[in-house]
Design a protein around this ligand. Sequence first.
Ligand SMILES: NC(=O)c1ccc[n+]([C@@H]2O[C@H](COP(=O)([O-])OP(=O)(O)OC[C@H]3O[C@@H](n4cnc5c(N)ncnc54)[C@H](OP(=O)(O)O)[C@@H]3O)[C@@H](O)[C@H]2O)c1
Length: 574
Amino acid sequence: MKTVTSDVERVNRRNAELVLSGTLCKRSQCHTLCVGSGLVCFVSFVEMRYPLGHCCRMDTLEELLTCRLDFGAKAVEPCSIIIFGASGDLTARKLIPALYHLFIEKQLPDPFRIIGFARREKSEIAWREELYAALQQFSRTKPVDAAQWQTFSANVFYCQGDFSDTASYQKLEQQLAQFGHESLRRNLLFYLATSPSQFAEVVERLHKAELLHRHDDKAWWQRVVVEKPFGHDLPSARKLNSELTRFAHEKQIFRIDHYLGKETVQNILMFRFSNAIFEQLWGRQSVDHIQLTVSEKLGVGSRGSYYEETGALRDMVQNHLLQVLALVAMEPPVSLEAESIRDEKVKLLKSIRSLHPAQVPIHVVRSQYTAGEIDGNPRLGYRQEPKVSPDSNVETFVAMKLFVDNWRWSGVPFYLRTGKSLPLSASEVRVQFRPTPNVLFAAQCGPKLDANAITLRLQPNEGISLRFNGKIPGATMRLRPVRMHFSYNTEFGAYTPEAYERLLLEALSGDATLFLRSDEVETAWGVVDAIRTGWGSAPLSEREFYPAGTWGPAAADDLLAESGHAWRNPQPIT
Ligand SMILES: NC(=O)c1ccc[n+]([C@@H]2O[C@H](COP(=O)([O-])OP(=O)(O)OC[C@H]3O[C@@H](n4cnc5c(N)ncnc54)[C@H](OP(=O)(O)O)[C@@H]3O)[C@@H](O)[C@H]2O)c1
């Protein structure tokens, strides 16, 4: 009963704070609750005003106790979204479904317009029909609500043109002018879903057509969202940065890494910096080593020609893995402002010990999958995949041991690995703590006494587990590791918004926290380029192959074994 009283008190106190903050739309009548011998009055639900202006009912104790961080966020202003590369795969599979869901959740501004820009000749009606068919296939909610689609798609337009053609940009400008509303003509989000080699040209031509102004104007805004990959090495990333920033201010450029749009990746910061118990253990005194695994069950499939130019190191490590590493290991930022968080991430990336070419074979393992079997199904080897050279030396697996040379992490190995055609698709971070002193249970059990670990499961079956040892019930003294598990789905329901929804919304509201800054991208390329320099042009050796369906080559295990460590493979969580 005591707990109920204190919860009610907290609710009422919180309610009072919310009322004072002026963000309440509506408050319900007073409800009474019997607490011991007395009656306590509390509010059963409140309606809160969300940043985008709509009201939403909060009616459970958990919600009332929820701390919202985005009440100060700027509402998204009426604007137009122009997608370059609108007839492409990304637009159909990710961008339009994300925009549609933002629309049905009333997160898009009113009014808004979307213009798709691409080369193919097609009518607006035909494009809308194509998008509708794709939405039915790729939407995360099914069936698609036909009435909602009608309303949404009435705001979707097509502009046929070539990126290199000045007249096409004039046509775009005329199309925007027809929208009438000044915000729809001057608040513009340009999404570059094009080949990376076209980013600079589109931005330059937008600038010359006076659709994109290089400023941080308070009245009107134009922003450019740039897809990955951002360059293919440090010099090309630098060149692209300098080309883009000639025509757009750094603050107007939003470089995508869709991993940062994932709930679980965002949760890393909250987990670390809103919980005192974990943060105190987060460093060299308590942590033995950290493992970061991003495994994919799929092979390269139809992306052979892209992958031949990229490989696992550039496709996954330069962006996703180093981003997750930065969030796991960075220092607390001075505030939750985008620049403070990005400053800390850059500092962390700069602290990664750079590898001399001679050290690369000792610290990094590369490998390529050969034919094998996954879930009982035969799988092709990489060299047999479509559009892959039969003597390709491109790596489909990479594992590495990195050190972060700063005060907190000095001497703690960070093991990173990623690969294709592995037994399971999963992304997780395992923070492995130091073992107990070799007395008492450790002295008796030896290596059988498992060290504690926290696993952040980023996908799928998102959650966080703490592993510790417990006594097996019974008359005998027996110990074994047990797991305490928090599951997102169990706690919050199966709510899995697409990363692109969050990222588009952030770009529309001008919050760059989840996007990469130029120095962040360049620093990450520096880490990866050093490894590629170490590999040089040497072909893969016999030891640098693994059968599809295994967890990579033996050399990846040896990499950890020499320090007395072993990979903990992600497990299917039921
Ligand atoms: N697809 C994905 O899941 C995914 C995931 C992550 C990142 N990305 C990145 O997103 C970008 C786009 O990928 P995508 O898969 O959507 O590419 P895509 O399917 O090849 O589409 C390319 C688009 O660009 C248009 N285009 C090409 N040259 C043009 C020109 N000169 N003038 C006008 N339009 C032109 C094409 O129009 P026409 O067809 O009309 O010629 C098409 O709409 C790439 O940077 C990619 O790396 C994609």
